[in-house]
Design a protein around this ligand. Structure first.
Ligand SMILES: [Zn+2]
Length: 272
């Protein structure tokens, strides 16, 4: 996308990316013509945000929530779009996938930051920062980013622990994940989530890779850890089943666009 021309935008409707119906899956991360968007879609707002990996701004479009799309456009749920795109963005966090995720994050956040969280006045956009500004009390609100950890646990037999969360599709197994709590460092979050969800103790907790995960506003931080003790005991609240898996006996895995799959693939290829 060439933002210097100011002609390309990312369009969103609720949790979906809105694109011309003939866009192939591999090009979901490219912007679309602003002119076409203006002429053909029912638009709530066009917002501009500084790009973090290049000069200039990214432009996003929020399409009216309940508006019917013309037949020549389609809405693709963003989770599905991320799964259809390659994982390259996680290696250095740059490039069009990063810009798409940034735009989606800001698109969501704009709807949630219309009013000041301190005095309740209607926010405006800060003229100098990528933030909302309350014209009454001066409170600045930046986009919220919530850190969450996800960990591949490996045992002495070189097996990985994969778990089925009740929110997953049937038969899909992935890694243990959870949100960082206030006052906790990330290693403590890793150890606590694993203890709570599957009853295991871990050691050698190491950071490997991260991924923006704006569903709605997470930053997923991927870790590796070694099994240090305990037997699998699922919490039955989130985790229904968890097992040690060898490389040649894997269950259905999450999509290729996820940091979870990146960690699993790294182990599978003997890189961990
Ligand atoms: Zn205020």
């Amino acid at each position: 996308m060439n933002s210097s021309e100011g002609q390309e935008v990312y369009c969103f409707q609720g949790d979906s990316l809105v694109i011309p119906a003939d866009t192939p899956d591999s090009r979901l991360n490219e912007g679309v013509s602003e002119k076409a968007a203006r002429e053909e879609l029912e638009i709530d707002e066009i917002f501009e945000i500084p790009a973090v990996d290049m000069p200039g701004n990214i432009r996003g479009v929020n399409v009216r929530e309940n508006a019917a799309l013309p037949a020549s456009w389609k809405a693709v749920p963003m989770r599905q779009a991320v799964n259809l795109l390659t994982y390259g963005m996680t290696v250095d966090g740059r490039g069009p996938v990063g810009r798409l995720l940034r735009s989606f994050h800001i698109s969501q956040w704009r709807k949630e930051s219309a009013y000041c969280g301190s005095c309740g006045s209607r926010n405006s956009d800060s003229p100098s920062e990528p933030a909302r500004l309350c014209p009454v009390c001066g409170r600045l609100e930046f986009p919220r980013i919530s850190p969450a950890v996800i960990t591949i646990i490996i045992n002495d037999r070189d097996e990985a622990l994969l778990a089925h969360n009740r929110k997953f599709a049937a038969g899909v197994y992935s890694l243990i994940a959870g949100f960082n709590e206030a006052g906790e460092n990330l290693e403590a979050t890793v150890a606590r989530e694993i203890r709570e969800e599957v009853g295991l103790e871990v050691k050698d907790i190491r950071y490997l890779a991260s991924q923006p995960w704006p569903f709605p506003n997470s930053l997923m931080l991927g870790f590796t850890a070694r099994h240090a003790g305990g037997e699998i005991r699922c919490d039955q609240v989130e985790i229904e089943d968890a097992q040690w898996f060898s490389r040649d006996g894997l269950p259905r895995l999450p999509g290729n666009g996820s940091v979870s799959r990146f960690l699993i693939n790294s182990w599978r290829e003997g890189k961990l």
